[in-house]
Design a protein around this ligand. Structure first.
Ligand code: GLA
Length: 742
């Protein structure tokens, strides 16, 4: 039984083979937290952990232990989980245990994306009902423990049972108290074109956090953080991971109080948030996933990547192999017509590419980014036979057809803006701030979502469209909706995201065969909320392979390979001007969902042959690259960052591909070995190099090697031969294929 309730000790023990979560109902009815971490025996009692001596929780009056859902005003002065203003203006709450329910499976969260199970046996859920009779409020806390995953899914439901409205100021999805602060805070931060770089800092007394107030999870910070011991590595040591299944404003915060204990909280950002809870109404928080690993960051990656790939992504594309695509954006930008597109598609098809994606610029008067968002009507000057005509011609080539849209946006120069100026987010009597020459549509309004559903479904039903890239190119300013009363403007950001989710849900239900890819100026909304609707995302607008090493490394900490779209683009690269060899560009883009984003008609015959070889190589290992177990071997964030290495291993450990990348070449290097992980130590693997070659490294590693040897001794990755070093040049990549022998 994964959830055991002991009436004797008033303790809940949520347990599987890797984790335990212990909750205790205190004598006064408050619900206290005892432990989350490595698995503990089911047989024993842990009631004695209630003693102050175990928790060192001295920085408060009242209860000796931290509470599962802490509130202000009764002696716990640390960051709260839940703040509600009552009719008399008080925020003091006193939530007491009322009842509990343990049931198989996992509840849905109506309107919010959520991880799920496919059979009752996959997980059990604990629901604890807390009530405050003075505030006339019910709080239901949910904890789902997955049978085979080191993770707990949490959320809370808040119901007003009284006759007067309540005002929620803060409603976290989860908090977690840890008895010490010897942790480092790991976050994925950056900016446009350099998203999700790994940033690590030691926890210090006081509060540390990452957050978004942009209306999207953001390029700047991802709604994933981890706490790791200073000595924790990829493969060893303790770490906790926290992920919010949400795409809007979030907060991930850790507070260390002066006695050295730590509280983490994760949820909708309480800044710029307020929710009026009318009598009888309920507010549901987004879901938070909290995971624990005692074998390094790799354990967290396994937990999050598998959960998100297997039980967050939905629909036919969850498990289906994703097509290799060509996208015309960097190849043509806005400058195309049907002839040019078909020439690109024809050349791409000749190289084995399976899907042609028409990016921005096909609608309205859109020859640059100053106009037409909102007018989803084909530009017949560019495409005389419409999207339909183009799509059929592409299909006749033997490829599928996909299209770019940016439904949440509106250009000032558009018919939609002329018709509905008030649909653009903004404040009356104040100028709206433009971002990329565009405004944001008010997705908190039902009629806007209905309009978009109608227009986009019409578009998708008129042409054979197999794929949609759903973009979102700017963040929200002047947050305000004229349809919300003054005391509900604090709900705007959350209602915006609920509107986005509603539109997505209606579209994926209406078009279950379409593969959706989410995008937000690259990776500005790369979060678990989006992955519940679009199983893959455009990882970054930065297509430079060297920049991508860091971006894909950071992203891989919490997200599966199947979610990371990665393209080979032209050189000099359009973001950084770097000239990286074609094989290196592919060797990086292989680890994810491969695409090409260039004009193939400009390639030399030789390069076309090379690309055809790359596509064939990828297709032969597609499962490995899209859903293999990803292991990080050498970090671009450590040392001088000159080397990166990673690998992907099949579930049965029979196949693997290792990628090794060197940014700058070094003269006369010393010997260097790369130890692998995740292999079957007893298996024999046939090792070969890609690209195949006769250089000393390829030759030295080619042959049959034991899994034990590859993990304990490793591959040779550096040659002392001066000729080899001279031939290699900068921005070098090499892959090694491992195939187990029968
Ligand atoms: C965003 C996307 C790009 C491209 C452009 C089109 O920047 O991230 O991939 O689609 O918009 O305008």
């Amino acid at each position: 039984m994964p959830i055991v309730w002991s009436a004797d000790t008033q303790t809940f023990h949520l347990r599987n083979d890797s984790i335990s979560y212990l909750i205790r109902v205190l004598e006064n009815g408050k619900v206290g937290h005892l432990h989350f971490g490595g698995a503990l025996s089911e047989e024993r009692s842990y009631a004695h952990l209630l003693q102050r001596e175990f928790l060192g929780f001295s920085n408060r009056l009242g209860e000796p232990v931290p509470l599962e859902y802490s509130t202000p005003g009764s002696g716990d002065y640390r960051i709260p989980a839940f703040v509600v203003e009552q009719p008399n203006g008080s925020r003091v709450l006193d939530l007491r245990y009322s009842s509990q329910r343990i049931f198989p499976g996992k509840p849905a969260l109506g309107g919010l994306p959520v991880t799920y199970v496919e059979s009752y046996g996959e997980a059990d859920t604990l629901e604890i009902l807390l009530t405050d009779s003075v505030a006339e409020l019910e709080v239901r806390l949910y904890y789902t423990i997955f049978r085979d995953r080191p993770a707990i899914a949490r959320h809370a439901r808040l119901r007003n049972t009284g006759r007067a409205p309540l005002r929620i100021h803060c409603a976290m999805s989860a908090t977690l108290d840890l008895p010490d602060s010897d942790w480092e805070f790991l976050q994925l931060s950056g900016s446009w074109a350099r998203e999700r770089h790994v940033v690590v800092r030691p926890l210090a007394v006081g509060s540390q956090s990452v957050a978004s107030l942009r209306g999207a999870s953001s390029h700047q910070h991802n709604p994933f953080v981890a706490l790791k011991r200073p000595a924790t590595t990829e493969e060893a040591g303790e770490a906790y991971g926290f992920s919010l299944v949400y795409s809007g404003n979030f907060l991930a915060e850790a507070e260390v109080e002066p006695f050295g204990t730590t509280r983490v909280r994760l949820g909708i950002n309480p800044e710029d948030f307020e929710w009026a809870l009318e009598p009888g109404a309920e507010f549901v928080t987004p879901e938070a996933i909290v995971a624990y690993s005692d074998h390094g960051l790799e354990g967290l990656t396994d937990a999050f990547a598998q959960l998100f790939r297997e039980r967050l992504a939905r629909g036919v594309w969850r498990d289906a192999p994703r097509p290799v695509l060509i996208n015309n954006w960097e190849g043509t930008y806005f400058d195309f017509d049907e002839e040019r597109l078909l020439a690109i598609a024809t050349a791409a098809q000749g190289m084995g590419i399976e899907l042609f994606v028409l990016d921005d610029g096909w609608f309205g008067q859109r020859d640059d980014d100053t106009t037409s968002l909102g007018d989803w009507v084909v530009n017949r000057n560019k495409l005389p036979d419409g999207l339909d005509g183009l799509a059929r011609k592409v299909e006749a080539l033997g490829m599928r057809f996909g299209v770019w849209i940016e439904p949440e946006m509106i250009s000032r120069r558009s018919q939609l803006f002329a018709d509905h100026p008030d649909w653009a987010v903004g404040l009356p009597a104040r100028p709206r701030t433009e971002g990329r020459n565009q405004y944001v549509l008010d997705m908190s309004r039902r009629e806007v979502v209905d309009h978009l559903f109608e227009v986009v479904s019409d578009l998708l039903s008129r042409a054979p469209i197999s794929y949609v890239k759903w973009d979102m190119n700017r963040n929200i300013t002047e947050p305000f909706s004229p349809t919300l009363p003054a005391d509900r403007q604090g709900e705007f950001f959350h209602r915006y995201i609920l509107g986005v989710y509603d539109l997505y849900e209606r579209l994926i239900r209406a078009f279950p065969q379409i593969l959706f890819e989410s995008c937000a100026g690259g990776g500005g909304r790369f979060d678990p909320g989006m992955l519940a609707f679009a199983p893959q995302a455009w990882t970054s607008d930065d297509t430079d392979a060297i920049e991508r090493l860091k971006i894909q490394w950071g992203t891989s900490l919490a997200y599966p390979l199947s979610s990371m779209a990665a393209h080979v683009s032209a050189v000099p690269n359009h973001q950084v001007g770097r000239v990286v060899p074609l094989q290196t560009r592919a060797a990086v883009a292989f680890f994810g969902v491969l695409g090409y984003e260039l004009d193939p008609t400009t390639l030399t015959d030789e390069d076309r042959t090379v690309v055809a070889g790359q596509v064939a190589y990828y297709k032969a290992r597609r499962e490995l690259f899209q859903s293999g177990r990803f292991l990080r071997l050498r970090s671009p964030f450590e040392g001088d960052g000159n080397e990166t290495a990673w690998m992907s291993v099949s579930a049965d450990r029979k196949r693997a591909v290792v990628g090794h990348y060197r940014v700058l070449n070094r003269p006369n290097p010393g010997p260097s070995r790369l130890r692998l992980r995740g292999l079957d130590p007893a298996a024999s693997y046939r090792v070969s190099a890609w690209p195949a070659g006769k250089d000393p490294i390829a030759t030295a590693n080619t042959g049959v090697r034991g899994g034990d040897e590859l993990m304990r001794i490793g591959l040779a990755i550096c040659s002392e031969d001066p000729a080899d070093s001279r031939d290699r040049g900068d921005f070098h990549a090499r892959l090694f294929n491992l195939e187990a022998e029968e």
